[in-house]
Design a protein around this ligand. Structure first.
Ligand SMILES: [Zn+2]
Length: 1025
């Protein structure tokens, strides 16, 4: 379902692969089926033990939905048949824990550690390298767990289906796997029975890290407090202080009742035949079970409160955030509809947008424009992903003295909405957003459908009603135009709603210490209660586990694609290049379903240092000020009424074959329905005419909001920041990236906020606008549908008009900037941060994309990740993740994610080549093929129609260059891997390193490395013991 309110911070889905380094780019497509095999079933008919209870054509998405139920187990099955080669399969369960031991989360990890048919350690990670899946994951939400994957290759699809189904229905759930993935006590020195005992375990560390992200902590506590009675009162991912109460037996019991077919929801999507799925499911699994009433997993609606409640919690200090006295947050929330009430939930989604988002919404006007905060916090929005849906409005970076005022503003704002309703054109712009989102089609359509439907399906809501979006939208249009109807809704859900929670969160200097003390106490109690036999067992387990982790296993039982199954079926996109005015234009006709897409890059190389520093802020405010024709409220209305809204991204990209050259600019994108193209182009022209930045009050407010938003998410993506920071030691290009996108930008902006007058800022951003917003500084790419050819002329005219104002007649190609290598010795940066787990990175500059060694190094990253880094950094040393990747500019990156170690991990990185020398026997045909396959997974990702040819536009990466790269990947030999490892990754090569976390510096430094410490502006406020 569409919403501009995304990413509610509290609905933390714990995913198996949260380290998002794989699969970003690029092109498609494998053996595409010529057409779709229609399922030979209809409502009332049976097939392979399933009865089809409902079948309906959904015209808005051009697909047919089949709803089936297994005759014996009553397993629910939803199939969405659509002519789309990116097929999806998922098996999910309603998992509703009654405690915070993290049972569903640890179970999700442990079922993927080996099963009856596939008794190997971690078949999930192993299959990552044996498949061409375009998506694979396992996710635990507050009340369900599901295992989805996507593939365009039918052989691959069947392989993965077998492994996934066996994992969930017939897992081994071995005790050692529970100890590895969940929690255990272990000797610091495995060989020494007298050495200290510590807590270890993948999920244990993962969850310790999860709550370091303040917004996640706030979200979790808010949900637990506003919905205290049932399963939502607990931490489904696991509270680190409760996880050690979980036993292996409890885990097994939980599996037997919750992962029962009668509690399962199975989903398939795409053009592969349904019949094969049903047949296999029934014969291999479901026919062997009897029915188990899934009443134990039901969520009963939360009993409503008779009076509002208040609550206060504390959090860690953000050392990289604003002044301590302002690091407080507030959230005010109401429990709303039952999410099985499809229309009501749909309506409330629209209502929330009207109330919260953009300068025309009531809360933006009353709360944000008051400038007493750093803007909305991550809880703000409408969460319809759990049974009792919740509306929240909250602010971050608030002074405590403003808490009362904020509460009273929220109340008066609701009264105002009740009295005055919404403006008609504001309503129209919100409705337009819904309409456009139905037309805009991503290659992940089937997967998005699953994510959207799962929360509703989980509580037995009516899926077919939710799929018929046009009907819902029709009713919404009518209802939103009835003021009396809206009055009733506001009255029921807000004014007379006593189920309201106000929660305050304040940083506490001893927050980390308090957790450490509680952890130490829990550890001490555990140890005190150990019997002699327990202690002996711990000692044995530690050694057994280490042995099991090193054991060589026979992986031949796992299915794997063969080289013949892989076909390059992708052709060069048909692109037209022309020049309009002085703007180079790339045009692509594609099946965009009646939507037009425009992207433009403006060069920023002409900016001076001060201006460059404020470029990230400039892109944040570019569509938020008055323009020549409109004030900022009118502009926002117009943008959302005619387009999908602007996106502005920094564009710093390296030359694919000239080492040391890069382009620097700003990428502007937007799309609209074909019929709105003229209007969208007018808005672009308006922005290019330069906004008026004179409104100093607004400037100050946006500056506060921008700075406040910067540190949110740093800990969730800590490995990305660590790699970026390490790379800043390598070249001036990466130093520039770090300044604009990394932690350096966070610190620069805090500095600017403290030391600059608002007039200075206005001058600088105005200067940026004058320099970059020019026709002759632009190159553009345009995707349009075949039905609408005349719109090409419109874009041409738009570009020519833009250039009229300029005197320059030069056609803007790409202005390359020289990058200098600055790494002259081994260096390290320690970003000191008060978090219980670390992020480590090491980076080594290698070769450009078009160098023949690039493909070899690329394959090497996958080989090292699965054979060396994953087993040692994750399985043995307890980090949540670890691996290697190669950036486009040829920097070889090592990283670890949520890692209890630091120097130990850096040593693992340093010893790569030594390990390789000792393990050349692992470089065999199968392992080499698997490493290649996982690179092809990235390269052969399906590409959206509106992204065709975009690599050429953005990076100068043509289809031919891409194809050569793909051929080179396939041609890599065993000797190549060993050779490039020796050549580029020897332990004495110059490298940059970075550790984010609180490890002591003396532990990081090695003799020949020069380390520096980076401290955040609020460093002194944290007390350490
Ligand atoms: Zn996890």
């Amino acid at each position: 379902m569409y919403s501009r309110i995304q990413n509610n911070g509290w609905r933390s889905l714990h995913s198996r692969l949260s380290v998002p380094v794989r699969r970003q780019s690029s092109t498609s497509i494998l053996k595409k089926k010529d057409s779709i095999t229609k399922a030979n079933i209809s409502a009332g008919k049976s097939m392979h033990g399933f009865l089809c209870t409902d079948m309906e054509h959904i015209k808005e998405y051009n697909m047919t939905a089949y709803f089936l139920s297994h005759n014996v187990t009553k397993t629910q099955y939803l199939h969405l048949e659509r002519d789309d080669s990116n097929n999806v399969f998922s098996v999910g369960f309603r998992t509703t824990p009654k405690d915070s031991m993290g049972t569903p989360h640890i179970l999700e990890h442990t079922v993927l550690c080996g099963s009856e048919k596939y008794p190997v350690r971690d078949p999930f990670f192993k299959m990552l390298n044996r498949s061409l899946a375009s998506f694979m994951n396992a996710l635990t939400g507050p009340d369900y767990t599901f295992y989805p994957f996507c593939s365009q290759n039918e052989i691959d699809y069947r392989n993965l289906q077998k492994v996934y189904l066996d994992a969930v229905f017939k897992p081994n759930l071995a005790r050692l796997d529970f100890l590895q993935e969940g929690w255990r006590l272990e000797h610091k020195n495995l060989e020494d029975q007298n050495s200290e005992l510590v807590f270890k375990g993948v999920v244990y560390n993962e969850m310790k890290g999860a709550f370091s992200e303040t917004s996640q902590l706030f979200g979790q506590k808010f949900m637990n407090t506003i919905l205290p009675n049932g399963t939502y009162g607990y931490v489904s991912g696991g509270d680190p202080l409760c996880i050690p109460n979980l036993t292996h037996e409890h885990l097994q019991k939980f599996h037997a009742t919750y992962y029962h077919p009668s509690n399962a929801r199975i989903y398939s999507y795409g053009n592969f035949p349904l019949e094969a799925n049903l047949k296999y499911l029934n014969e291999a699994y479901l026919s062997k079970y009897s029915y188990l009433d899934p009443v134990h997993s039901e969520v009963t609606p939360q009993e409503r409160w008779t009076a509002p409640k208040r609550s206060e919690i504390s959090c860690r200090i953000d050392q990289y955030g604003g002044p301590l006295e302002k690091q407080n947050q507030i959230a005010i929330g109401y429990v709303m509809s039952d999410n099985t009430n499809v229309y009501e939930t749909f309506l409330l989604t629209a209502l929330a947008e009207l109330m919260i988002i953009g300068p025309n919404s009531a809360f933006y006007k009353s709360l944000i424009e008051k400038n007493i905060s750093g803007g909305y916090n991550n809880l703000t929005g409408y969460d319809n992903q759990i049974r009792d849906t919740v509306f929240v409005v909250g602010l971050r970076d608030v002074d405590k003295s403003n808490f009362d005022q904020i509460e009273s503003i929220v109340n008066t704002t609701i009264q105002d909405i009740f009295k005055n309703g919404f403006e008609k054109d504001h309503i129209e712009s919100v409705l337009h957003g819904f309409e456009l989102s139905i037309k805009h089609q991503s290659p992940k359509f089937g997967l998005n459908m699953l994510f959207n439907l799962m929360p509703l399906w989980n509580h037995d809501g009516h899926i077919l009603t939710a799929l018929k979006v046009n009907d819902l939208l029709q009713k919404l249009k009518q209802d939103l135009m009835k003021p009396e109807y809206l009055k009733n809704i506001i009255e029921d859900y807000f004014i007379n709603n006593n189920h309201k929670l106000t929660m305050l969160m304040q940083p506490h200097a001893q927050f980390d210490e308090a957790f450490n003390n509680a952890e130490a106490k829990s550890l001490a109690t555990k140890i005190k209660n150990l019997t002699k036999e327990d202690k002996e067992q711990i000692y044995i387990d530690g050694k057994e586990l280490a042995k099991a982790q090193k054991k060589k296993e026979n992986l031949d039982v796992l299915p794997c694609l063969k080289i013949d199954d892989i076909v390059l079926n992708k052709t060069a996109p048909s692109l037209k290049h022309s020049v309009a005015g002085t703007v180079p234009l790339q045009i692509c006709e594609a099946n965009t379903n009646g939507v037009s897409y425009l992207k433009g890059i403006v060069g920023t190389e002409s900016l001076n240092e001060k201006q460059r520093q404020l470029l990230p802020f400039f892109k944040y405010i570019l569509d938020k000020f008055d323009t020549k024709l409109y004030n900022y409220r009118e502009l926002d209305k117009l943008i959302s009424k005619c387009t999908a809204g602007f996106s502005f991204l920094l564009h710093i990209t390296e030359h694919i074959d000239q080492q040391g050259q890069y382009e620097q600019g700003l990428l502007i994108s937007n799309h609209c329905l074909d019929e709105n193209l003229v209007k969208m182009l007018d808005i672009w022209a308006e922005i290019f005419d330069k906004p008026n930045f004179d409104n100093s009050e607004r400037m100050q407010m946006l500056l506060n909001n921008y700075c406040s938003s910067l540190t949110s998410g740093v800990i969730d993506s800590g490995h990305t920041y660590a790699m970026q920071t390490a790379r800043s030691l390598v070249s001036s290009l990466d130093e520039c990236k770090e300044n604009l996108m990394g932690l350096k930008n966070v610190m620069n902006m805090q500095n600017i906020l403290k030391n600059y007058q608002v007039e200075d800022i206005q001058d600088i951003v105005d200067g940026i606008g004058r320099k970059v917003l020019k026709g002759h500084n632009l190159r553009a790419a345009f995707h349009h549908s075949p039905t609408n050819k005349e719109i090409y002329g419109l874009v041409d005219k738009f570009c020519a008009e833009l250039c009229k104002i300029d005197d320059s007649k030069d056609v803007n190609r790409i202005n390359w900037i020289d990058s200098k290598v600055i790494l002259e010795e081994k260096r390290g940066l320690h970003v000191s941060m008060n978090i219980p787990i670390n992020f480590c990175a090491k980076v080594i500059p290698t070769v450009t994309y078009t160098n023949p060694d690039y493909a070899k190094l690329r394959v090497l990253t996958r080989f090292l990740t699965s054979k060396y880094l994953h087993p040692i950094v994750r399985e043995k040393n307890g980090a949540y993740g670890g691996g290697a990747m190669l950036t486009m500019d040829g920097v070889f990156n090592f990283y670890s994610y949520r890692d209890p170690n630091s120097r130990v991990t850096l040593d693992v990185f340093d010893e790569t080549n030594l390990w390789m020398k000792e393990n050349v026997n692992l470089v065999d045909d199968q392992n080499l093929f698997e490493a290649k396959l996982s690179i092809l997974q990235q390269m052969d990702q399906p590409v959206a129609e509106y992204m065709k040819g975009i690599d050429l536009f953005l990076y100068g990466l043509s289809y031919d260059v891409w194809k050569t790269q793909r051929e080179r990947v396939l041609a890599v030999t065993k000797e190549d891997l060993i050779e490039v490892c020796e050549k580029y990754l020897a332990s004495d090569v110059l490298a940059g390193k970075c550790v984010i976390g609180d490890s002591a510096l003396q532990k990081l430094v090695k003799q020949d490395e020069k380390w520096e410490v980076i401290n955040g502006p609020q460093q002194d406020t944290v007390q350490t013991s």
